[in-house]
Design a protein around this ligand. Sequence first.
Ligand code: ADP
Ligand code: MG
Length: 279
Amino acid sequence: MRVGKLRVKPRSMSVTSGKGGTGKTTITANLGVALGALDKKVTILDGDIAMANLNIVMGMTKCEINFFDVLLGNASVDQAMYTNYGIKVLPCGFRFEEVHETLSKIKRERVEEVVNEILGQTEILLIDAPAGMAETTLISIAAAREMLPVCNPTYPSLVDVYKTIRVANVLGSWTRGLIVNRTGKAADLLVDEVEQFMNRALGSMPVIADIPEDPKVQEAEREGVPVVVYDPECEASIAINELAKVITGETDLPYVPWEDREIGETAERLIRALTGRRV
Ligand code: ADP
Ligand code: MG
């Protein structure tokens, strides 16, 4: 991984949101595969120990040794690593008898150790983080240098992701921008409104992906194939492939001067309610 004389540092990113069901697992898997198709060495890690399902979206049902065993100290990282769709996957199993014990004993140092070991053999690591603000979420955020927050275009989702970004700032994780998933006609908020809110509330927080609601996503999930492979031409796949290019720096976001945008009343009310600040 050398560019001229410079050694390119591997990147680690946690995919997070306040609430569950925003699309973290879908995005971790598909963005991983999309980055792999851009010739990046990618590893995805299922950090959502209690709700582990990254393996299912990746079409991997038999992963006898997994991250769970690595956390318990019963297996090495290499033993729990699988290759699928051109990228490495560190899935997480679920064993009822052990999950409580593992969750209560999980150590930040152990996760950091695992992350560092993976970073030694990858260019980009994506961590599918659990929702909420539990210890395991904070560990997943803190273990990565960057965060990719995912929200849906609804008020509760926006408020939750705002909190997650604030927490990430405290933990020292950098956020390039926000992913808005399941956008479209039925949404409460326009992507522009989401961006206005974030920019006003947080200083600068561009929307780096606008992924539409797309029935192909669930169709692909049922087949156990990442949607970017299942149907590369569908709207969601196109948006995820665009996001991959933004992340690698191959393309940047279109620059729209702030003054040229209309500030919606809804966004203003939200900002006031959350931050106490007038805009
Ligand atoms: P999380 O990991 O945040 O809990 P998931 O990635 O599991 O969320 O997504 C929750 C559900 O929403 C899944 O059934 C998934 O297929 C569906 N989904 C995610 N993104 C989209 C989308 N853009 N269009 C349609 N369905 C989606
Ligand atoms: Mg998930």
